[in-house]
Design a protein around this ligand. Structure first.
Ligand SMILES: [Zn+2]
Length: 390
């Protein structure tokens, strides 16, 4: 199993990245450094596997197998994939945008030669989450990298990063993979049932991680089904308001479940590093560090909740998309193959125009959530727009 196997349905991109690694291998020393592009911009819609592709690339760059770079089992590959390779720095943020203080230390780190690997790889997810001032700090590093440093920037689209940065990078663009390719991976890698895997891949709209969770976790499937049953239950404004509150609560609970365990482990580790026992009183000098961690964790929970909500919006959009498919008699497969009856009921009770208007309402709610509007307000307005219209 090579590192590229996880990069599902992206043959062209894999060929480009593999080619770059091979070309740099055929040269030695300075020539190898010259043969490598030192800044890459990996773009693709959410779920297309940007960070998976970037990690596979980082692994192949660090791979110690002389014959097949990206072998998937050498120390270089496994540590790069696991995020523990000394020369692969994973840069992400739990915040809505990167703070400039998060970026500055990376610039000096990027100047250092790799300690053990072939390259120093600086892998930045969410390179779009930067204001211009922060981008300009990054630009200096991307402009003149040392011979052994490679930057991998990930973003939804090239337009999401500053033109000046974009122009310094070699761009590769990922597509949304075919659900069948995603299902194949789930069957091959995780040993899941082919039918369940395919239904999950469709429902997740080819988002690999999500498809895997849906295919493996009946509770996750049930949660999704409950969410998609909501529109049929809205009879008026009262129902809509209740449904909104319910959705917000569920998202908060989901996000909490996802972050709680990690939060506790992080705090225990910090206390251990500070030489303190859990539950004892900390000296004031150390309390600041714990407080800082707690604030970071709170921000992360907020972002996780927003991500869960956004996912719910995407699921709702998929439902109305299916409704529209039925209403127009289009010869296209449903995304929600397991909700045929619900989809037909909604299709029979409304017009295509109303469906489009509902999709617009969901889209507006997504934009508002992304713009930091109070989630309850955004979701309430959306639910109200989903109620039956005369
Ligand atoms: Zn390897």
């Amino acid at each position: 199993m090579s590192v590229w196997d996880e990069v599902v349905g992206q043959d062209e991109v894999v060929a480009t990245l593999r080619g770059a690694v091979l070309a740099s291998r055929q040269a030695d020393g300075d020539a190898a450094a010259r043969a490598m592009t030192h800044a890459w911009l990996i773009t693709g819609p959410p779920g297309s596997g940007r960070s998976v592709a970037a990690r596979a690339f980082a692994a192949a760059l660090q791979c110690t197998d002389p014959a097949e770079p990206g072998c998937g089992h050498c120390h270089g590959c496994t540590t790069a994939l696991a995020g523990t390779h000394a020369d692969v720095t994973l840069i992400g943020t739990e915040k809505v945008i990167f703070a400039i203080e998060e970026i500055r230390p990376l610039i000096s780190q990027a100047q250092r030669a790799p300690s053990q690997g072939r390259w120093r790889v600086m892998l930045m997810e969410d390179a779009d989450r930067m204001v211009e001032r922060t981008s300009n700090v990054l630009l200096k590093a991307v402009e003149e990298p040392p011979p052994r440093t490679v930057w991998l920037l990930c973003a939804p689209s090239p337009e999401d990063v500053l033109t000046t940065i974009r122009s310094r990078c070699r761009a590769v663009h990922l597509r949304v993979p075919d659900p069948r390719a995603v299902a194949d991976l789930l069957v091959r890698r995780d040993g899941l049932d082919p039918d369940v895997a395919l239904a999950a891949a469709r429902a997740a709209q080819s988002h690999v991680g999500l498809a895997r969770r849906l295919a493996r976790d009946p509770e996750a499937r049930a949660r999704r089904r409950r969410l998609l049953a909501v529109p049929a239950g809205i009879r008026g404004v009262g129902d809509a308001v209740l449904a909104a509150a319910d959705l917000i609560d569920t998202a908060a609970a989901d996000a909490k479940a996802a972050t709680e365990e990690r939060d506790a482990a992080e705090k225990a580790e910090l206390l251990r590093n500070l030489g303190a026992e859990a539950g004892t009183r900390l000296p004031p000098a150390l309390r600041g560090q714990v407080k800082q961690l707690e604030e970071d964790q709170k921000r992360r929970a907020t972002r996780a909740q927003r991500d869960v909500l956004d996912r719910a919006m995407v699921d709702l959009l998929s439902l109305y998309r299916d409704v529209l498919v039925v209403q127009l008699g289009a010869d296209v497969e449903l995304i929600n193959t397991d909700l045929g009856a619900e989809v037909r009921a909604l299709a029979g009770g409304s017009t295509p125009e109303q469906t489009v208007r509902r999709m617009d309402a969901v889209g507006v709610a997504r934009e508002r959530l992304a713009a930091n509007v109070a989630p309850l307000l955004a979701v309430e307005a959306m639910m109200v727009a989903l109620r039956p219209q005369g």
